[in-house]
Design a protein around this ligand. Structure first.
Ligand SMILES: Cc1cc2nc3c(=O)[nH]c(=O)nc-3n(C[C@H](O)[C@H](O)[C@H](O)COP(=O)(O)OP(=O)(O)OC[C@H]3O[C@@H](n4cnc5c(N)ncnc54)[C@H](O)[C@@H]3O)c2cc1C
Length: 261
């Protein structure tokens, strides 16, 4: 049961409250926290509502999205790239998107989140505690305790593609794959490939990325084989691992192929 509900009016105050109440949770839209269960039996919430973190701004050629921007507000913004809007559209329904926030998506970090996978492929950075910056990849590989105040999207000319696998149209994705390919002079200069739903969090397939750049994956079959190899250490520990390994590789080969065209 929630015993304390704090309503700080500045980032400094929110951080001080967290210091004094280490077991308290930062409250975004509450769509996950208020659902209860899992590890979310918090005794205290620290509301982020009055911290002024709900704007979307262009800053130094990058887009800065406040942590309290809801997924629906992001989808309605003219400044947000269509690709990220499509990722957000893949997250549940409009009612939920009206409440769930960018910070909460990352704070919870569902492994098969289309939104988090999309941000990873876009090489987003996370602003924490209103000052420090780290890559999103770094943030989610840690314990995710720091307060996210904004997400920063660098501008890029890369082609982005996302595909997911769901058991029904209304289910959460079981697997999600995102590919980002930047070509220069007809060659792949940079590739980012993210798969979610296999490990505890969405992850980059760095061996596959390197081979896309060195040109050693010349066909869809070669991509599929390379993905299967890279996924084995994760899928061999999973129930239905053979299925996840195979479908994950098929989805990735398709996604990469489309991003390369
Ligand atoms: C029916 C249903 C369907 C769902 N479908 C999906 C889905 O398809 N894909 C998906 O990814 N998720 C899904 N979720 C999970 C959840 O709704 C999302 O992850 C959601 O967007 C969380 O955002 P929120 O703002 O509501 O977070 P909250 O519930 O407020 O918080 C979630 C976690 O993030 C932390 N947090 C919140 N804000 C910050 C911040 N600024 N800095 C640091 N930590 C923070 C909280 O402390 C908590 O640990 C679903 C949930 C429900 C109930």
């Amino acid at each position: 049961m929630i015993k304390d509900f704090f309503k700080p009016s500045s980032i400094a105050e929110a951080l001080e409250m967290k210091d004094k109440n280490p077991g308290a949770f930062f409250l975004g839209g509450g769509t996950k926290l208020n659902k209860g269960g899992e590890n979310f039996n918090a005794a205290a919430y620290i509301s982020l509502e009055h911290l002024g973190l709900d704007s979307i701004e262009l800053e130094n050629n990058a887009l800065k999205i406040g942590a309290m921007v809801t997924l629906q507000k992001l989808m309605d913004s003219e400044d947000v790239p269509q690709f990220l809007k499509d990722c957000a559209a893949g997250e549940s329904n409009r009612n939920l998107r009206n409440a769930s926030t960018v910070g909460g998506e990352i704070g919870y970090c569902m492994s098969s989140s289309n939104f988090v996978a999309g941000l990873l492929a876009m090489e987003a950075e996370v602003e924490t505690d209103g000052k420090g910056k780290k890559t999103l990849e770094e943030y989610i590989s840690g314990n995710r305790d720091d307060l996210i105040t904004a997400v920063i999207l660098p501008s890029s000319k890369a082609v982005l593609m996302q595909k997911d696998q769901r058991s029904t149209a209304n289910s959460k994705p079981e697997l999600t794959v995102t590919a980002s390919v930047l070509k220069e002079g007809g060659k792949v200069a940079k590739a980012v490939v993210v798969i979610g739903g296999v490990a505890e969090k969405p992850m980059r397939l760095k061996k596959v990325e390197a081979r896309l750049v060195d040109g050693s994956l010349a066909s869809a079959d070669a991509v599929q084989d390379a993905v299967q190899d890279e996924l084995v250490p994760y899928t061999e520990k999973r129930e239905r691992g053979t299925y996840l390994n195979y479908i994950g590789a098929v989805l990735t080969a398709d996604c990469v192929g489309k991003a390369m065209r």
